[in-house]
Design a binder for this molecule. Sequence first.
Ligand SMILES: O=C(O)c1ccc[n+]([C@@H]2O[C@H](COP(=O)([O-])O)[C@@H](O)[C@H]2O)c1
Ligand SMILES: Cc1cc2nc[nH]c2cc1C
Length: 338
Amino acid sequence: MIHFPDGAAFARALQALPEPDEQAIAAAAARQAMLTKPAGSLGRLEEIALFMAGWQRQERPRADRIRAAIFAGNHGVAARGVSAYPAAVTAQMVANFRGGGAAINALAAACGAELSIVPLELDRPTADICQAPAMSEADCLAALNAGAAVVDADCDLLIVGEMGIGNSTPAAALCAQSFGGQPQDWIGRGTGVDEAGLARKADAVARALHRHASHCTNAFETLRRLGGREIAAMAGAVLAARLMRVPVLLDGFICGAAVAGLARDNPAITDHCIAGHVSAEAGHARLLHAFGLTALLQLDMRLGEGSGAAVAAQIVRSALAAHDQMTTFTEAAVAQAL
Ligand SMILES: O=C(O)c1ccc[n+]([C@@H]2O[C@H](COP(=O)([O-])O)[C@@H](O)[C@H]2O)c1
Ligand SMILES: Cc1cc2nc[nH]c2cc1C
């Protein structure tokens, strides 16, 4: 299991990212060239198979053991009226996840993923980022490690998701800090705020950046000051997955913002990530563009809780099923291209 003893160890890990196995990619590409289809005709499904081969270091990658890790946290900034729902919903939804009645329960079951629900000190919201760093160093480290702890090396694919009333505001601040632009470029309706709520979000992001920007000198400090527990946990999970060469399916805007916190220090952090979908949250398309990622799906979802990634996992499974199960031209006695 990956554990970061301190912020410096986390920073070192982020600078020493393993690369995919080029030999496995070449073997998978050679296999793909022999399968009974015109070259390239499975489009992005072929890219997905090669991507998975590289990270799993095998010619025929698997998606049998999918883990969906959903982290939950509460946010001091929620008291500023930046969400359409009360903060109590975070804990209530965690109970719903545990009871099996949320969207992610159905969608994880549908794609064959095992769910891990990880609430992070819901009774102790982070500080209001307009006034103070969201977390102490110890709290941020604990959250990063809670994320890292869900990843095990025999996982074929990791889905990361979140639940946290108010978290689209710190997510917007993280994106603005990491990639520049104005608060307006990164804020959106979240759970469905009205115009006044949107204005409060813009104001909160501007205040947070004004207070913290000059102190956000590295990924740890950026996540600690502008993030939240579930956001840091997602960052820890994505980094730990990379260290174990476990490919990751990213969910929506808040999930992406966690990775934005890491990407400024090392843009290669997204190399083992697939963007499962582009959510309806206004800043998500901009964020994926900044990462250079193209989402698998655009379904106008804006739920969070790993839901978009769980739907996208069906595409990954389809890609790997074709790659694994199709016959070759020789086996099926089908004539090759002229
Ligand atoms: O995944 C997304 O893109 C997404 C977009 C909007 C809202 N959400 C979810 O809604 C919550 C954040 O919205 P808000 O309005 O409370 O900041 C949080 O629980 C997220 O999981 C998620
Ligand atoms: C009901 C509800 C469910 C959620 N799941 C993720 N974010 C959410 C926000 C709300 C409000």
